[in-house]
Ligand binder design. Structure first.
Ligand SMILES: *Cc1c(COP(=O)(O)O)cnc(C)c1O
Length: 384
């Protein structure tokens, strides 16, 4: 929801840009932190959702850790003052350099996704005379019931170690002197809106924890990943239901005394706090279709082109009216998939109207590219 003041401010700015509602971000973070505290759950923010420094600063300040998926993210988290003891590093393809740098930084833990990776971390740690803390990312074969392009926890996905490889994994852990096993890790997908999925995950986590314990391992950390979805259809002031989410884990996970439960939330923390604001360049009225051509495209917000994602589209220069026109809303990029929405109902729209693509705080700015030699996208920030 934009105030008249916001909109007249936007009119003086060069478009397109990401507009961050830092007050909404702050209340989302506080809401999550309070809900997690109730059960003493630990939250690591999944940095890949948005690594804008202004956003990260608020997340660091509230005390969350950082869940990183590249050496670049590990460095940036530490640079911005995240506690090293709260930095975890996941990813199916960590390079030797990334592993070495993370060992030098003494991060909390590597979330390891293959047996070969365990062997490589063991070797690299030995060369430095260090111990590496590792958690095993297990592929639990739990269906996240989300878009197939953002499902990660099924047998056919590339992520994690499959259950049939766990005996070899346990053997490798036992003979690797430089590895300190700290627990098990899961992340089954993103934009999960059916909370029952998490009950199924808890059942599997309990089974795997027991499996490791039976083989003499101490499972100190249960890391259940992230994936909590947001409501893209109702972006105004919406905060995900963190209390309901954490309550499920409290009810269905068997947590031993001294065991820690870790979460890695990305989208749910930042998704609603930004909109992509763009200007209408042209309105093309065809015989069968009306097109709105924006000055933002897939180079600024790739999710619709990448996985047919929905973002609510609003003409913020015109009051909402009953009399709507249907438009295909497209960007300027030379690709037919550069389309934000088809048959979108908007008030009659004209050149220079401002259009907001809502709920763009997660996997938006971070996926921007220079394709077509486009300019770097900027961020504009609300007052706190
Ligand atoms: C992407 C990712 C997350 C966060 O996913 P969201 O859907 O944004 O909550 C958490 N853990 C890992 C390992 C990831 O790759």
């Amino acid at each position: 929801m934009f105030s008249d003041k916001d909109i007249s401010h936007f009119a003086n700015l060069e478009t397109p840009f990401y507009y961050y509602d830092l007050a909404l971000l702050q209340s989302t973070l506080s809401n999550c932190a309070d809900a997690a505290k109730l059960y003493n759950f630990h939250v690591h923010y999944a940095m890949k959702a948005n690594f804008n420094s202004r956003v990260l600063e608020k997340i660091r300040a509230i005390g969350f850790g950082a869940d990183c998926v590249s050496g670049g993210e590990v460095s940036k988290a530490i640079e911005l003052g995240f506690d090293k003891a709260q930095v975890v590093f996941a990813g199916v393809g960590k390079s030797d350099k990334e592993i070495n740098d993370a060992l030098d930084q003494d991060i909390f833990c590597f979330n390891v996704e293959s047996i070969q990776e365990l062997e490589v971390i063991n070797e690299l740690a030995a060369a430095k005379g260090k111990k590496a803390r590792v958690a095993i990312r297990i592929n639990p074969n739990v269906d996240a019931h989300t878009h197939h392009n953002i499902t990660t926890g099924l047998d056919e996905n590339k992520f994690g170690i499959n259950s049939w490889d766990l005996p070899l994994c346990a053997e490798t852990l036992k003979k690797s002197d430089q590895l300190e096993f700290i627990g098990i890790h899961f992340h089954i997908g993103s934009q999960i809106t059916n909370l029952d999925v998490y009950k199924n995950l808890c059942v599997r986590v309990n089974e795997f924890a027991e499996w490791f314990e039976e083989r003499g391992f101490t499972v100190k950390v249960l890391n259940v990943g992230g994936g909590l979805g947001i409501d893209y259809h109702h972006p105004d002031g919406q905060i995900p239901d963190f209390p309901a989410y954490f309550k499920i884990f409290n009810e269905f996970l068997n947590v031993r005394p001294n065991q820690e439960v870790h979460f890695e939330l990305g989208r749910a923390l930042v998704g609603q706090s930004a909109s992509l604001v763009s200007k209408v360049l042209y309105v093309k009225n065809g015989k069968k279709k009306n097109f709105i051509v924006l000055d933002a495209g897939m180079t600024e917000l790739m999710r619709p082109a990448l996985y047919q994602a929905y973002h609510k589209i609003e003409n913020i220069s015109k009051p909402a009216v009953a009399d709507v026109v249907k438009y295909d809303v497209v960007g300027p990029i030379c690709e037919s998939t550069d389309c934000f929405g088809k048959e979108v109902e908007l008030p009659e729209t004209f050149r220079n109207d401002l259009i907001a693509l809502r709920s763009a705080g997660a996997y938006g700015e971070v996926m921007a590219s220079h394709y077509n030699l486009r300019n770097e996208i900027r961020g504009v920030y609300s007052e706190d």
